[in-house]
Design a binder for this molecule. Structure first.
Ligand code: DQB
Length: 203
């Protein structure tokens, strides 16, 4: 399966996906990395791995739909079949999400539906939960509300700071995202007609 990864920054999740796709048994081939910001470390990671990169700078577009349709053109140019949002920080328009429905994966640093939106880790600390985690989900138009594919629980430890909790959640992200990518790229899991996850029965 031809995969694109969309990034906005360092791309630590991108690195985990690159490592996963390197396995000969992987069903995923990352064919392009697209960043909405120039010069970010994730672009260097992609180049080092021999993956083609594109920058679609959202500041150069008059509207969200023009930005999204430029992204779409790059995806079509590379005959992309699956898109992973790895720290991609631009909200995508409904038109784009509808076209790529069931082909768009995102990772969120909490156990959705808890703690949607930005600074999810800080929300968990402030709520004094004992367990949080990360969620890989299909992207729906409503932010952080898509069908859940994989989750991993992460304990909140006494004395945790936002930084120590972020680090521990990030380690879980680097397991959960590659696992979800393989499930979807390998056809074990898809987004059903009813908008829920469908596990394809192994023949
Ligand atoms: N429609 C749709 N698109 C998304 C785009 C990115 C992400 C990644 N997670 C994200 C979740 C939230 C944000 C956010 O609120 N950023 C501040 C506003 C930035 C802006 O003005 O664009 C960004 C990415 C998730 C979604 C999603 O669930 N649905």
């Amino acid at each position: 399966t031809r995969v694109a990864v969309l990034i906005s920054g360092t791309g630590t999740n991108l690195q985990a996906l690159i490592e996963q796709a390197k396995h000969p048994s992987s069903a995923a081939e990352i064919v392009v990395v697209i960043s909405n910001r120039p010069g970010v470390q994730g672009l260097k990671r992609a180049s080092l791995a021999g993956i083609q990169t594109r920058v679609v700078d959202h500041k150069l577009y008059g509207s969200r739909s023009e930005f999204d349709s430029t992204i779409d053109r790059v995806l079509e140019e590379f005959r992309v079949e699956l898109v992973c949002l790895a720290g991609f920080m631009r909200i995508l328009t409904g038109t784009f999400v509808k076209k790529w429905n069931g082909k768009l994966l995102n990772i969120h640093p909490s156990l959705l539906p808890s703690f949607k939106g930005v600074n999810a880790q800080k929300q968990a600390l402030q709520a004094r939960v004992r367990i949080t985690g990360c969620t890989v989900h299909f992207v729906a138009e409503e932010v952080d509300a898509g069908a859940i594919i994989v989750q991993e629980a992460v304990p909140v430890l006494s004395g945790d700071t936002e930084e120590s909790l972020c680090d521990r959640i990030r380690e879980a992200e680097h397991r959960a995202f590659p696992a979800a990518l393989e499930l979807v790229a390998g056809g074990a899991v898809e987004l059903g007609e009813d908008g829920h996850i469908a596990w394809k029965s192994q023949s």
